[in-house]
Design a protein around this ligand. Sequence first.
Ligand SMILES: C[S@@+](CC[C@H](N)C(=O)[O-])C[C@H]1O[C@@H](n2cnc3c(N)ncnc32)[C@H](O)[C@@H]1O
Length: 247
Amino acid sequence: MKRLLLPLLLLLPAVVSNGAGADSPTPKPKPKPLYEFRPGSYDGIGKWFLGREIAHFMSHQGAPWLEREERETEEEPTRLVAALDLKPGNHVGDVGAGSGYLTWRLAKAVGPTGHVYANDIQPEMLTILRTNVAARGVSNVTPVLGEVTDPKLPEAALDLIILVDVYHECDHPLEMAAAMTRSLRPGGRLVLVEYRGEEKWVPIKPLHKMTEAQVRQELALQQLAFVTNLAVLPRQHILVFRKSEER
Ligand SMILES: C[S@@+](CC[C@H](N)C(=O)[O-])C[C@H]1O[C@@H](n2cnc3c(N)ncnc32)[C@H](O)[C@@H]1O
């Protein structure tokens, strides 16, 4: 019996964490070439990462769509924020924050002792965000103008970084994911919310949806362990990854 048990016990961590080790995953090697370029589709930029064509980013002119009333029922933002299990005092990065639809909700969830860094690459979005956040009476938000390869968030400081409907349109996803991982504190979480690419009925253009498998494949190149897919939203995945506790 003992003879059988030992090999089994040695195997266990590899089985649980898919070979990576849940607390200190070994990033998968980067593909060569990293990105591929060919004539793109209408909604894409002609650049592929691990077989996925990257979508055009949403212009600030689309901000009213982000604030549409139906979003409450389509995306259930209150349920999303509750599922994140944020604590008062947490420091959060809202990357690709757009008009701030999630930002002020996150800011309320972490309370006055917490903080939200609301990042975007479009200064026009941050202007709209400032107005929307001020209208909700929250003051624990810092807007941050990022670059396509670097969200310019504090280093090793954040408890959670969230991207809602953003990652599929990052034109340098590997560089963005690496920079965000650096900004997490040890044990911090990276959360990607994406419309579910597995489900045809979800009424979003294909390049603006992602499958769980695709997201996990891409983030396996980072120092992150996949934790769970919180299946609580009507149309979106909530994919949770964690940075190792090791310093
Ligand atoms: C579809 S909107 C979502 C906005 C917001 N997260 C929401 O759910 O309302 C996508 C946003 O991501 C931003 N974005 C795209 N690429 C980005 C990048 N590399 N870094 C930061 N923001 C980015 C766009 O400027 C746009 O504001």
